[in-house]
Design a protein around this ligand. Structure first.
Ligand code: ZN
Length: 141
């Protein structure tokens, strides 16, 4: 893995603009809902955002520090949601896998990726599309 790839999946550089990112609160990402009641929890989350384009961002894990993966634009965010919506029920409902671990092992194998890089948050548009395809094939087989 190159140093650049490493920084991209850690949310340290924007893969679209190739620039640095900064850690901001959800209020910066969703300024139009800061007065919403009850206050949405994700306003208090931290996000890595591109210094050049605030539409490029990614959330963090519960520590508010570790990035969920690469910065995403509108299209990639849509694909990540789609991916989770089709993949998660396969293990959550135990229709195809007994556990989350088993499901990710399968995905890592079919996508030919190391397990540690098999996360929707780290995927490119193309990888999301492929993962969705593999899930669809599995469901209809
Ligand atoms: Zn950017």
């Amino acid at each position: 893995m190159t140093e650049e790839f490493n920084k991209i999946i850690k949310g340290e550089i924007c893969p679209y603009c190739n620039c640095e990112t900064e850690l901001v609160s959800g209020e910066f990402i969703y300024p139009y809902i800061i007065n919403e009641q009850p206050r949405p929890k994700y306003l208090d989350k931290k996000y890595y955002v591109c210094k050049l384009n605030r539409n490029h961002y990614v959330g963090t894990y519960s520590d508010n520090k570790k990035s969920l993966g690469r910065l995403a634009d509108t299209e990639l965010r849509k694909l990540k949601h789609e991916g989770h919506n089709i993949f998660d029920p396969l293990w959550k409902n135990k229709t195809h896998f007994k556990s989350q671990k088993e499901a990710y092992n399968w995905l890592s194998e079919v996508m030919n990726l190391p397990l540690e890089f098999t996360h929707f948050g780290m995927f490119t548009n193309e990888q999301c599309i492929n993962a969705i395809k593999y899930c669809n094939n599995l469901i209809s087989s």
